[in-house]
Design a binder for this molecule. Sequence first.
Ligand code: F3S
Length: 399
Amino acid sequence: MKLTHEEEAMLAGRAGRAAQKAMQILQALGTIYGAESMTPVTSVQVAGVSYDNLGEAGLQFLNEMAGGGGKARVLTTLNPAGMDIENWQALGIPETFAVQQMRVIEAFSRMGVQTTCTCTPYLVGNQPGRGEHIAWAESSAVCYANSVLGARSNREGGPSALAAALTGRTPKYGYHLNANRAPSVIAKVQCTLQGAYQFGALGKAIGERLQANAIKPLPYITGIPSASLEELKALCASLATYGGAAMFHIEGITPEASQTPLPEQHLEISAADLQAAIDSMNDAQPQEVDFVSLGCPHLTIEEIAHLARLLEGQRVVKEFWITTARPVKQLADQLGYTAVIEASGARFAADTCCVVAPIKGRFKVLATDSAKACYYAYAKNNFNTVFLPFEEVVRQALQ
Ligand code: F3S
C-alpha cells in the first residue's frame, strides 16, 4: 500500500504506540482487501461496546490503546452499551456487570470518543454528508450511511473502526470506490408497504433471497413510492441482518439511485413473500409474551411521541423497555413524553438495547416490531418472538 508521509510516521511510532498499533491494523486490513492507499475519514462509529460482547480481552485491548496515548482525530461515536449508564439498577443489571461496563466507557472516553452509545448516530450529531468517507461499524448504521446519506463506509469491525478513529484514516477499498456501489440485482416490490414493521419484513424477504441465490447483497429496489426515516432505518437494520447488505438503492428515494447503472438480474417480492417473512418471525403465541421492547434501531423522537400518545393514561403489565439514544431521551424529557411513558410503568433503557444487554435467561418471549431484534433475540438470548406492528406491540404490554 502507498502511504503518505504522515501515515508512514504513524506506522513508525512517531505519533505514539496506540496510533502505531492502529496503523498496523489498517495496513493489514488494506493489504488483505487489495487497497492501494488509505483515505482520510471525517466520521467514525465504533461497535463492540457492550461488556457482554467484549469480555476481559476486549477491555484489555481498549485500555492498552488508551494507555498508549490513543486519541480520536475525527468525530467518533459509540454503539450501544450493555446497560443504561444512569439507570442500570432499575433495569435489573447486575452490579458486577455495571462495574466492568463503566470501565469500557471510561476507556473510550479517555480516547476522546463521544460516548453517545447509540446505533443511530445520525440522529445525534454524527451525520456525514454525501460522498464523505467514514468508518462505521454498526451494521444497520453502515447501511443507512451508504444508502440513505450517500456517505461511504465499509462494515468495520470494532478494532478497525477504533483504528480509523485514532489515525483519521481507513483503507480505500470496498464501498469507498464507485465501482463497488453499483447494484447487483433489481428487487421489484409488488405490494404496498406501511410502517417500519413491514419495511423490516421486506428487508428479511429480500435479504434471504439474496443469500439463498448467492447474489452480492446490493439491491436496487423498485416499487416503493415513499419511505420515512423510521421505515428506512428498519429496512437498513433488517437487510443488513438477513442479507449481509451494507448498501441498497431505492428508485426515486436514495441519493445515488438515479446515477447508477442498472443490472439485468431481477427478483420479485410479492405480498405472499412479505407475509411469509412476517410469519417466520412469529414462533410464539401473544399470550406467552413476557418481555416487550421497542427501539431496534433506537427510536426517533417522532416514534417516542407516538408511543407517549398510545400509553397516556394506560398501565403496562409486562416488562417493557424503550431503547433510544440518551440525547433523544433528553429531548423526550423536555417535551414531556418521558413523564407520560414512565407513568404507565414502561421503562426507558437509553444507551442500550434488548440485544446487547446481558438478559439471557431472564425472559422467554419477546414482542417487538423489529425484524433485526427477532433475529438476535433468538440467536443471542434464545428468546422466542412475536413480531407485530408498533401499536400492537404496545397493546401486548398492556394485557
Ligand atoms: Fe441497535 Fe441493538 Fe438493534 S444496537 S440496531 S437496537 S440490536
